[in-house]
Design a protein around this ligand. Structure first.
Ligand SMILES: Cc1cc2nc3c(=O)[nH]c(=O)nc-3n(C[C@H](O)[C@H](O)[C@H](O)COP(=O)(O)O)c2cc1C
Length: 190
């Protein structure tokens, strides 16, 4: 059997979604699955990858002010009919601050309702929390950096862990992430 290949496309404003994808790619690798990762905002729409040569597709986005990033949303719209077909394995996920303490609320708003509104039928969907990048290379500046910092401080205080003012503050439900990838792999290899 040839190696399965997954297309992972995403849109991030502050880098959190990309850091989650690094974890997903590692877990997929451990399951012998190769990933082709594409940051949709970094390339022109006409050069976005085609689904054709992949066995499955995962689409990820960060959430800000209640909204997905425009690029992954456009990608989903563009490829909706193909993705909704039964023979294409297709998943969506979001990086969301709300998901850290209010998982059900975030899942409902940013995944269930989002899928309904955009007429998407993903085989799998979930959210695992957020990663706040406050390092020197952070993509967040000005107001956004301040919001990330406040959310990171609040979550560190709640958990009694040290806040990294110049680092990466992670609030990810690792077991939920692992279950998501395991279920995705099961769909892919069944
Ligand atoms: C300006 C701003 C607005 C945000 N609004 C929301 C929100 O409405 N809901 C939410 O769950 N998280 C919100 N967050 C937290 C982000 O979802 C979290 O930082 C996530 O990791 C962002 O993903 P990204 O870094 O890939 O863009 C917000 C963060 C910022 C900086």
């Amino acid at each position: 059997m040839s190696k399965k290949k997954v297309l992972i496309v995403f849109g991030t404003r502050y880098g959190g979604t990309e850091l989650i994808i690094q974890k997903i790619v590692k877990l997929l690798e451990q399951a012998g699955i190769e990933s082709n990762v594409v940051d949709l905002r970094s390339i022109k729409k006409k050069n976005w990858p085609s689904i054709g040569e992949h066995d499955a597709v995962l689409v990820g986005s960060g959430i800000s002010m209640g909204r997905w990033v425009g690029a992954p949303k456009k990608f989903l719209k563009k490829n909706r009919d193909l993705l909704n077909k039964e023979d294409v394995i297709f998943g969506i996920f979001v990086s969301s601050g709300t998901a850290i303490d209010k998982y059900e609320e975030a899942r409902e708003k940013y995944l269930v309702k989002f899928a309904e509104k955009n007429e998407l039928k993903p085989d799998i969907f979930d959210t695992f929390g957020a990663i706040y990048d406050l390092s020197e290379t952070t993509r967040a500046g000005g107001f956004a950096r301040k919001v990330l910092q406040n959310q990171a401080i609040e979550n560190c205080e709640k958990r009694g862990i040290e806040f990294k003012s110049n680092g990466i503050n992670e609030f990810i439900d690792e077991s939920r992430l692992k279950t998501f990838v395991d279920e995705f792999v099961a769909l892919l290899t069944k």
